[in-house]
Ligand binder design. Sequence first.
Ligand SMILES: C[S@@+](CC[C@H](N)C(=O)[O-])C[C@H]1O[C@@H](n2cnc3c(N)ncnc32)[C@H](O)[C@@H]1O
Length: 229
Amino acid sequence: MLDELATAGRENLDPVHASQYDSKEDARAVDEVELLVEWGLDASSLVVDLGAGTGQFALASAAVCERVVAVDVSEVMLDQLRAKITRAGVTNIDVVRAGFVTYRHQARAADFVYSRWALHQIPDFWKSVALTRMRRAVRPGGVLRLSDIVYSFDPAEAEERIEAWCATLPAIAGPEGAWVRADIEEHVRDEHSTYSWLLEPMIERCGFRIESAVRSSDGFFAEYIARAT
Ligand SMILES: C[S@@+](CC[C@H](N)C(=O)[O-])C[C@H]1O[C@@H](n2cnc3c(N)ncnc32)[C@H](O)[C@@H]1O
C-alpha cells in the first residue's frame, strides 16, 4: 500500500502551516456550495470530502446538506477543522483521519464526492485507485467535484511554463505567511500533479462521465464535475 503520510506533503503535516492555512488559502467554499446546489446538493445529501484539510468546504456544505464526512491524512489539518466545528457547534460533520486509498466508506452511498487541491499528493497509479474508491462510495448518478493543480500544456513546453509559474510568486512571504516561489518549486519537485490529458481519461475509466471541465488559462489548474455512471 501507498504510505499516504509519506506523500501527504511536508507542509500539510506542519502545525504552523495548518494554523496559517485559512489565511493563506481561500478555497472559495461558498461559491463551491452554490455550484453544487445547482447540481442537486440539498438537505438530504451525503457528502464525502477527501483531503478536506481545515474544512472550509466541509463547514460551508454542512450548512445545506444532511451530513459531511471530512477525510484527511493530516492530524494537524484535522485539528484545525475539529476546533472550528466545536466553535460553530456543528453536529453533522464526521471527521475521519484516513487517506484517499485507506478511507473505507461505511455509510450509505454518498450523493457527492468532493476533493480540492489534494489528489496531486499521490502518484498516478494511486490516483486511479482513489478514483475507483470514490466511484464505489458514490451512488450511480452521484456527483464528483474534483479540483486540483493539473497541467494542461504540452510536455515540450513544460520547462518554460513551470519556470513562468514559479516566477509568479515572491521569494519571501508577507506577514500572513502567503504562498512563495519555494511552495511551487516543492509542488513540482515532490508532488504528483499530472496532465489533464492523462487525468481526464482516468476519471472516465474509473466510472465517471465528465460533465464539465474548466482548465485555467495559465495551464495549471482544472476543475471537473463528473457523474457516476
Ligand atoms: C492544499 S490542502 C487542501 C485542503 C482543502 N481541500 C482545501 O481546498 O482547502 C491538501 C490537503 O490534502 C491532504 N492530503 C494529502 N495527502 C492525502 C491523502 N493521501 N489522502 C487524503 N488527504 C490527503 C493534506 O493533508 C491537506 O490537508
